[in-house]
Design a protein around this ligand. Structure first.
Ligand code: ADP
Ligand code: MG
Length: 688
């Protein structure tokens, strides 16, 4: 080992207490209130000693026995070995790192108690790095809590700090007794004590599976805090000011020019948005509709209303292709009405970029469309009053706020822009009631007329030839197809290579056809060219990586082939499938998979086969992968719910919602105390 350079050692100069405090802070533990709700992530059953002969690989076990022998071995590398025996069997113990003191502890003839995970070793069973203690010590009577911890912070130290907090902290209940009793909830102090110090008779299963009433109380409290916080954010929003956008001259002219009749779902959503925009506080609405349901035109109508009122509008999309789709549509709809539209992405040439920035800053461009480039420092709007985010879940909390800030005006009155979020990923009910409770939701739950549902087929990639023949057939009938290359998560280079190879192979296999290729490494101009050729029908088959995932709209494409479909997530497959079925022809989506399938992949593909209902798919996705996908909080890495689970605690969510309202109306002091106990400064993450 090399010595740390003088003065650079991590703990030099810091008192042990300060060092400990830093470790606590790393866990978010600052005062007694933090410690008491730092709850065990699991429990260990150290109440019993079992015979070595009864141990099974894979279990955690605790045994007592005599050390038969111990030694330091050198192959394959230095390690400490010992053999323990108790009359029913022998257990090998092994350490890859150890101190001389441990060697002494394992002296031959010693009687020890060891605890650890049992593994099948070379010669019988073994434990690696077990916990070791004296054999005769009294066994604990209750389960031992194991807390989330951090490097260098041992369980006993953490446990002691928590126990101290339990004595100091205010454990009074934040729920009025009547409410607590109505819902059969345990008192807070009782619940918290049970979880930190489970009584002996408590079932291991209830504690670990979190079915015990003590856990229910904690989950309820957590969900209640979330509901209270959301309600607070909502109330705060209603106090904010926004420009009332109450003119609709342009909107009416746009409607007259539309080449189709809106569906009644589109009409409903448009009316809700129009009403919001007329109000003097900022809209915060989610426009949710399955792929192809026609969200763009609804967004265009919102934009037209804002433009009629002399305001600017920004539309931000997560990818350039998607932003470009919007640009093309909106140019077609709004430019003839005299609206100037600025286009802003990262790949713009400096001159074009400068022109766009000037048009936006001077207010000449009523509408700015682009990617994240819109939130860069240089971008300044003259009077931005509406921001529209497409595929909102792909943006982080911070990015959403930043676009909104572009429109904030200082002074009296300080205006905040209206915000319209769009998403093709439906939000399951529990999420709508929790993380999205502060969003008003408009759903487009109906597809434009003349669409027939996409037929989904699961085909093993052993039958690739048949799939290729299918492409020929489709093209012969005058239609077009997509061929999506497998996702290669480990390597972008490999993914690119796969796409290039696939394109080469298909070009060779389909001599009469025009086969195009689009992937993420193409320059935006090249990408746009390929997409345009496909749109114009000059390309029959488009080989693509997942860049076509969102926004591509080519009604004549009626066949979608997804290779290695088992590697994609449900939401992604659903999005991809939504690229076809946009015209009147019967469309087919072929999910090609490679056997054997994992359990999860099988479930996923089955879900795709069984339903085309976006809501159903979203619900199953939530069950399989948790809420991260929907929230877009992955970038900020914040775990907002530590104990409750939206997948299994739907009923608690409903109750928490009702109680939150009751507290705010009738028990504001309780509501404040509850937030203080549970949120501890994390409210901000719920506000965007
Ligand atoms: P998404 O909701 O997936 O963003 P789009 O807005 O791209 O869907 O709409 C999909 C296609 O349907 C577009 O070509 C659009 O012009 C068309 N469309 C939208 N609304 C209607 C309608 N009411 N009738 C016919 N076609 C429509
Ligand atoms: Mg769209």
């Amino acid at each position: 080992m090399s010595a740390a350079p003088a003065g650079r050692g991590p703990q030099r100069g810091a008192s042990p207490a300060a060092t400990l405090e830093r470790k606590f802070q790393r866990l978010g533990l600052r005062d007694a209130q933090d410690f008491i709700v730092h709850l065990p992530m699991r429990y260990e059953d150290e109440t019993q000693v079992v015979p070595i002969g009864g141990l099974r690989a894979g279990q955690t076990g605790q045994v007592e026995g005599e050390v038969l022998h111990s030694e330091v071995q050198y192959h394959p590398r230095r390690q400490l070995h010992a053999l323990l025996e108790d009359g029913t069997g022998r257990l090998a113990l092994r350490w890859l790192h150890f101190y001389p003191s441990q060697q002494k502890q394992l002296a031959r003839g010693r009687r020890l108690r060891v605890r650890g995970e049992v593994r099948g070793g070379f010669a019988g069973i073994e434990m690696v790095h077990p916990k070791v203690g004296a054999a005769d010590a009294a066994l604990p009577e209750a389960l031992t809590p194991v807390y989330p911890s951090t490097d260098g912070l041992s369980q006993p130290v953490l446990r002691k700090a928590i126990d101290r907090a339990l004595q100091q902290a205010d454990l009074s209940d934040t729920l009025p007794e009547a409410i607590r009793e109505r819902y059969g909830l345990l008192p807070f102090d009782q619940a918290i004590r049970v979880l930190h110090h489970p009584p002996p008779q408590l079932s291991y299963h209830d504690l670990v599976e979190r079915g015990h009433p003590a856990w229910s109380r904690i989950k309820f409290d957590e969900l209640l805090a979330q509901q209270l916080s959301l309600a607070q954010a909502r109330a705060a929003r209603l106090r904010q000011r926004a420009r009332s956008l109450d003119q609709d001259g342009l909107l009416r002219r746009l409607r007259e020019r539309l080449p189709f009749t809106l569906t009644s779902a589109q009409e409903r959503a448009a009316a809700e948005i129009a009403a919001d925009l007329r109000r003097p506080f900022p809209m915060h609405r989610l426009l949710q509709g399955d792929v192809g349901s026609g969200k763009t035109v609804v967004a265009a109508m919102a934009a037209a209303q804002a433009l009629s009122s002399g305001s600017q509008v920004a539309i931000m999309a997560p990818t350039e292709i998607l932003a470009e789709q919007h640009f093309q549509k909106l140019v077609a709809w709004l430019e003839p009405l005299g609206v100037e539209i600025a286009w802003l992405t990262g790949s713009l040439a400096p001159k074009a970029r400068k022109a766009a920035l000037a048009a936006i800053a001077e207010g000449r461009a009523g509408l700015a469309i682009g990617t994240q480039a819109l939130i860069q420092d240089k971008v300044e709007f003259a009077r931005l009053d509406l921001v529209i985010l497409d595929e909102q879940h792909r943006f982080g909390v911070g990015q959403r706020l930043e676009l909104s800030r572009k429109g904030e005006t200082q002074g009296e009155p300080g205006y905040i822009p209206h915000q319209l979020n769009m998403s093709a990923t439906p939000i399951p009910r529990t999420l709508a009631m929790t993380f999205f409770a502060d969003l008003d939701i408009s759903a487009i739950d109906e597809l434009p007329p003349g669409r027939s549902p996409v037929l989904t087929k699961l085909v093993s990639d052993a039958r690739r030839d048949e799939v290729v023949a299918r492409v020929v057939e489709e093209v012969r009938q005058g239609r077009q197809a997509y061929w999506v290359c497998p996702l290669v998560e480990e390597s972008e280079a490999l993914q690119l290579q796969t796409a290039v190879d696939t394109h080469a192979r298909l070009t060779q296999a389909l001599p009469g056809l025009s086969v195009g290729l689009v992937h993420g490494r193409l320059k935006p101009a090249e990408k746009a060219q390929v997409m345009q050729a496909f749109r114009d029908g000059a390309v029959d088959l488009l080989v693509a990586t997942t860049v076509i995932e969102v926004g591509v709209d080519v009604p004549n494409a009626s066949l979608m082939i997804i290779e290695h479909a088992e590697r994609f997530g449900l939401a992604q497959l659903h999005q991809l499938r939504g690229r076809v079925g946009r015209g009147s022809a019967q469309s087919v989506c072929v999910l090609m998979y490679q056997a054997p399938l994992s359990m999860v992949a099988r479930q996923r593909l089955r879900a795709m086969y069984e339903t085309t209902d976006g809501f159903e798919i979203a619900q199953r996705d939530l069950e399989q992968r948790g809420p991260g996908e929907f929230l877009g909080v992955r970038q900020s890495g914040v775990e907002l719910l530590r104990f409750a689970s939206l997948e299994t605690d739907a009923q608690l969510v409903e109750r928490a919602r009702a109680v939150a309202q009751e507290l705010r109306e009738a028990f504001p002091r309780h509501a404040r105390a509850h937030l203080e106990r549970w949120m501890r400064g994390r409210q901000d993450f719920l506000r965007s």
